[in-house]
Design a protein. Structure first.
Length: 637
């Protein structure tokens, strides 16, 4: 069974949004409810095969039994994804080293020439550095052999599990592209046998994905040496791998593999590079990598602490893992990259906004120190490193600092402090004081004030919770909720209800919008005049548009007072990746960045929720105050 991308997305929504019915699914997929129902009916046999029963109820409701099996189904369904016509054309061009005319290409793909012409007009613009068209000659791929090998593996990787290569290449041939009309089964078998050599050696190991990449490279390289006039990748691979750690061991393996594949000996250098790139790095070698990358590591961690007020310098796991990753990509310049599925990459940006921001900071450092431009895929891998460090940081406990204010005397104050200390491991009592002492001193060091008496003027104070000396269950529950959410809801509500909201009739580009936004924030006293530059710099590294929303942000050191600015665009604007209708700029000061990091992360995650995405188009014309109220309900309600 072949699945189109929409159906794969539908499976994801069925797993992630169990409360949705046909109407909600249709809105998220931008199709009609009838289309959703038809897709569900088509998916029913596949769902049942994997232990999931679905029933469509009257009124558009959906009932699933066996939802826990959807995760496994989604993994296996990746190999069923329809191989797009765009990918088929690129693969067909990869299988030729000469010009091809449109009619021959259309015949090979079993499509009409008119349809191919439409597709080619798009591809020639989209991949102008990869494909050329010459009158009276035809169309051909201009990529180097090095690039061709990587592209072949990239296109086919989602369709191979690495369990039974022989069966998998036959399935790909049958369901997606006539690959065995080009590659012989004997060549494919030799490649599978050569992968066995990788699995058998004990000097180092390869991940499952690395083995699949190696297999696909071997298949293609074996094919081009038989079918192409010029099949050599050139001297680049040898130059890149010379002097690298583990070079001798990989050279031995390369010799064995080249012999098993029946390839010329000059391919040894390429396979040596391939294996050096794909092998799992040994963490016991991390001292070597850390020494090589120490300057970059120090600068990255210094900037992260400066921008996000997070000290990660003591995280040995991060330092070792990051050093290995940076060395292989920046110093060794690995050209072989594994890729995320589209929804996985988007999900990483949404779920880990602070980790992604750390990755962007790292990218700035690498660009300055090594003239190395980090691609979007690489940002996602860096995000995973930093997010793991954040999770470790959370597990060691970023505790809420609580100040107890009690007018009953120190005995009652100490009792309250003791009970709160034992209530939750995330509570740290910074002091107990009387009301008079509290009024005479600054409470800025506290994240929360717990008071037995009403405080008349709370302006400039941290959040205040009122309790009695007996601390009944409901009062303890309120304190616990604050600690577990860091008071996010109340603070978020405050920022949302004070948000600056602007309407723009039209804009020509993102820079125009950001210029207007920075000017507005500067006029409000929230940022300095240099804030615009930091917005543009951040946007240049990695675009901040997510669907119909853009979330630009600048340097916290240039923020005088935390503020939220929202721009509603009357006409959608092409940002970089998508057409956006809303711009949310959360200008957070350095002080608040240190105190409110969980809140900021939560804000960005809620901002891209499906519920909010569906509601925003209907809120475009609401009066400002009504808009704020509705937004506050959706984000912090």
């Amino acid at each position: 069974m072949k699945l189109i991308r929409r159906q794969l997305t539908l499976l994801r929504y069925l797993q992630k949004q169990p409360q949705w019915g046909q109407r909600e699914l249709a809105a998220a997929l931008h199709v009609s409810a009838a289309t959703v129902k038809n897709d569900l009916l088509q998916l029913t046999p596949l769902l049942r095969e994997h232990g999931v029963e679905i029933s469509i109820r009257s009124g558009g409701g959906i009932r699933l039994i066996g939802r826990e099996n959807l995760s496994y189904l989604r993994k296996t369904a990746q190999t069923m994804q329809e191989f797009s016509l765009e990918s088929q054309v690129r693969l067909l061009l990869l299988m030729s080293d000469d010009f091809m005319v449109l009619q021959d290409m259309a015949d090979a793909l079993f499509i009409s020439k008119s349809l191919l012409e439409k597709v080619m007009s798009i591809l020639l613009q989209k991949y102008d550095d990869e494909i050329i068209s010459m009158r009276r000659h035809g169309i051909r791929m201009t990529s180097t052999q090095f690039e061709r090998r990587n592209l072949f593996a990239e296109l086919l990787l989602p369709y191979f599990k690495g369990i039974d290569f022989k069966a998998e290449i036959r399935l790909f041939h049958r369901d997606h592209f006539p690959l065995l009309d080009f590659v012989t089964e004997e060549e494919a078998a030799r490649a599978a046998k050569a992968v066995g050599l990788l699995r058998a050696q004990r000097a180092f190991s390869f991940t499952d994905e690395s083995q699949r990449l190696a297999y696909l490279q071997m298949v293609y390289i074996t094919y081009v040496h038989r079918a192409f006039r010029m099949a050599s990748p050139g001297p680049l691979a040898g130059e890149l791998s010379t002097g690298m750690k583990g070079e001798a061991l990989c050279q031995e393996l390369a010799q064995d593999v080249v012999h098993a594949l029946g390839l010329p000996v000059d391919e040894r250098a390429y396979f040596r590079y391939l294996f050096l790139s794909l092998r799992k790095q040994k963490m016991e070698d991390s001292a070597f990598y850390r020494e090589e990358m120490q300057g970059a590591l120090n600068e990255i961690l210094t900037r992260i602490e400066g921008r996000l007020v997070l000290d990660l310098s003591g995280d040995e796991a991060l330092l070792s893992g990051l050093a290995v990753h940076l060395y292989t990509t920046v110093i060794r310049r690995d050209l072989l990259k594994t890729t995320f599925q589209e929804h996985e990459g988007q999900g990483i940006r949404i779920e880990y906004p602070i980790g992604f921001e750390m990755a962007v900071i790292a990218a700035q450092v690498l660009a300055e120190m090594y003239d190395y431009q980090v691609l979007e895929e690489e940002l996602l891998y860096l995000t995973l490193h930093f997010q793991a460090a954040l999770e470790r940081l959370r597990s060691t406990g970023q505790r809420v600092r609580v100040l107890v204010v009690c007018h009953y005397g120190m005995a009652a104050a100490n009792l309250i402090a003791e009970r709160l200390t034992h209530l939750h491991a995330g509570i740290f009592i910074i002091g107990s004081t009387s009301m008079q002492s509290f009024l005479a001193h600054d409470a800025a060091e506290a994240d929360l004030v717990v008071s037995t008496e009403a405080i008349a003027n709370t302006e400039g104070l941290p959040p205040v919770l009122y309790v009695s000396p007996t601390l009944p269950a409901q009062e303890l529950a309120a304190v616990r909720q604050f600690v577990e959410t860091q008071g996010q809801r109340n603070v978020l509500l405050l920022y949302l209800m004070r948000a600056h909201v602007m309407d723009m009739e039209r804009a020509d580009n993102a820079e125009e919008v950001l210029t207007l936004a920075a000017r507005k924030l500067e006029e409000a006293g929230a940022v300095t005049g240099d804030y615009l530059g930091s917005l543009l710099e951040r946007e240049y590294i990695s675009s901040t548009d997510l669907g119909t929303i853009a979330v630009p942000h600048g340097n916290p050191d240039l923020v005088r007072e935390t503020a939220l600015l929202i721009i509603r665009l009357k006409q959608p604007l092409r940002w970089r990746v998508s057409d956006i209708s809303y711009v949310f700029i959360f200008a957070v000061s350095r002080v608040d960045m240190g105190r409110r990091l969980p809140l900021i992360s939560s804000f960005y995650k809620r901002l891209v929720s499906e519920e909010l995405r569906r509601a925003l188009p209907e809120m475009q014309a609401l009066p400002v105050q009504e808009f704020r109220l509705e937004l506050a309900h959706l984000i912090a309600g």
